[in-house]
Each structure stands twice: as C-alpha cells, then as structure tokens.
Design a protein around this ligand. Structure first.
Ligand SMILES: [Zn+2]
Ligand SMILES: [Zn+2]
Length: 302
C-alpha cells in the first residue's frame, strides 16, 4: 500500500511550477477507467503567449524567492518526492467507509461507538447522509505542513497538486477496492466542495477548497457544482471536538435543488466528520440521491 501518489515528480514537473501540462511521469495509474481523460483537460490549456508570459513571471519570481518543498523546506518542487513518499496513505480496501479512517474494514471503532462516552462519535445525526467516505492519508508526517502552507501561508500553487492527489486517491480506490469505492468519482454527477466561512474567505482571499475542487472536476470530466453556502461561524479549528459538531449543524444550505444527483463532496481534512456530515446532510435534503465524501486527510490517533 504505497507509491500510488505520483504527482509532482521531479523539478521539471509542470505541477511544481503551476504550468499547463503534466510532464511524463506524472499522474501514472495503470488503466484508469474509461471516461477519464487524465491530463486531457490540461494538454491544450493555455495559449502559447499566455504560457510564455506566465513562465517569464514565474522565472522572475523563482529568482527572487526559489520554490521550496512545503513539507520539508528543501529547494525544489512544491512537494518533493521524499515528502510524497512519507505520506501515510490509507488503504481503501480497509478504510472505514463511514469516516475514511484507516483500518476500519467496515466501520472504525469511533464510528461503531467505541470512543470515550463524553465525546460525540465520529458518526452522528448527519453522518448517515454520507454514503462512503474516502480519505487519502492520515493527517501526519508532511501532510499537515502541506495543508497549512496552502490554507494559511497562501501557497496557492498547491491547489492543483492537491487536486491531483485527490484524483489519484479516488481513481486508485475505484481500481483497488471496486466493491467498496467503485464509481465514487467516475459515476458522480457533480463535484461539490465544503465552502469556506466568510471569515476564512476574507482572511485567505480565496475559497481554498473551491480552488482544489475545480481542477479535480476538470480532470475527472465531472461538472463542478458550487452549490453549498456556509453561514458565518468562527473557524472550525477554534472549537473543541463537541463544539465543532454543534457549530457545524445547520450551517450549510444549498442554492439549488439536486434531485436524484450523485454528488462527490470534497474537503481537506476530516477530523470528527461533523463538517462533512453537515454539508452532506444539506445536499441530501436538497434531493441528492447519493453523497460520497473525499478528503485529503483523516485525523486518526493522537
Ligand atoms: Zn519535502
Ligand atoms: Zn469511521
């Protein structure tokens, strides 16, 4: 269970510089399901001139402030091969279907109610709204640094790399565990994302998951549906575990109906599952026939 994340290989990989086309060696998963044009959306992306201007600007920026790995600070690509290799990938054949935790097989101990009595379970009222949850890796090693570099340090070039990670994760799960995660992306009618709070949006200047979900949807050939709205509220990280669940309840609404649609909901980090559950609940109430969840990371252990 290692090595299937193949994004960002080598210093010249387009991903490391935000260029238009993935180079050879990137994104290699044998035999993707029919219907996926991997990299196809990128192959004819930017007109030559725009590409040249962008490259010149990037070169100038690169001289002033050379790219360092967001995981380990080494000079080189945005995320180096070593840090990619240190991701603790979750095996989709043994993940908890309900929350994406590793070693769940069917449902993990938290979802099965094995947690401390005074803490809400990862499962809860709205968790039934999520048909299947898939997370790429546990939230440890270089991954927290990479996520923080993107969300808090403004390294927006990571958006595309994170999208490719999610794509690789979903395609791998569809191939490696078809009886569990089959069609999670390839049969989705829409990709949705958990929207940022208004405060987070103001602070960062961008909706971090929208910027990841958009290229993911493009690469997968699935429409992006920016359907969820989030009301106010403080940054979720400011809450404790129980408060987080309460805060997440009822914070989402949708801007149009989703009758009969199969939706893939993406977010960055699953902690208790409260956020994903609340967003998925709103999607289901809007008529979605199925809501699956896909995340970069699942907080597990510790
Ligand atoms: Zn690194
Ligand atoms: Zn679980």
């Amino acid at each position: 269970m290692e090595g299937w994340i193949r994004v960002g290989l080598g210093e010249d990989a387009a991903l490391s510089k935000g260029g238009p086309a993935p180079g050879p060696g990137s994104l290699e998963i044998p035999g993707p399901p029919a219907g996926y044009a991997r990299g196809g959306a990128l192959a004819h992306a930017a007109p030559a001139l725009r590409g040249a201007v962008a490259r010149a600007a990037e070169s100038a920026l690169e001289l002033l402030s050379p790219t360092r790995c967001c995981g380990c600070e080494r000079l080189g690509p945005l995320v180096c091969d070593r840090c990619l290799g240190e991701l603790t990938l979750i095996d989709p054949a043994h993940a908890c279907l309900r929350c994406g935790a590793p070693y769940g097989d069917i449902v993990c101990t938290e979802c099965a109610g094995g947690g401390a009595a005074d803490e809400p379970r990862a499962g809860g009222a709205d968790d039934a709204a999520i048909a299947r949850c898939l997370a790429m890796a546990t939230y440890e090693g270089p991954l927290p640094r990479i996520v923080r570099a993107y969300k808090d340090a403004g390294e927006r070039r990571l958006a595309r790399l994170l999208a490719e990670m999610l794509l690789d994760c979903a395609l791998h799960a569809e191939l490696a565990a078809p009886e569990r995660y089959g069609g999670i992306l390839s049969t989705a009618d829409a990709v949705c994302f958990v929207p940022a709070t208004a405060a987070a949006f103001r602070r960062r200047g961008f909706d971090h998951m929208e910027q990841v979900a958009r290229p993911l949807a493009e690469m997968a050939g699935v429409p992006l549906d920016d359907v969820l709205l989030k009301h106010g509220a403080r940054d979720q990280r400011a809450y404790g575990r129980a408060g987080r669940r309460a805060a997440a309840q009822g914070l989402y609404e949708v801007v149009h109906g989703l009758e009969g649609m199969r939706v893939l909901l993406v977010d960055d980090v699953v902690t208790t599952g409260a956020t994903m559950g609340a967003a998925a609940g709103a999607l289901r109430r809007a008529g979605a026939a199925r809501v699956d969840a896909l995340a970069l990371a699942r907080v597990w252990g510790g």
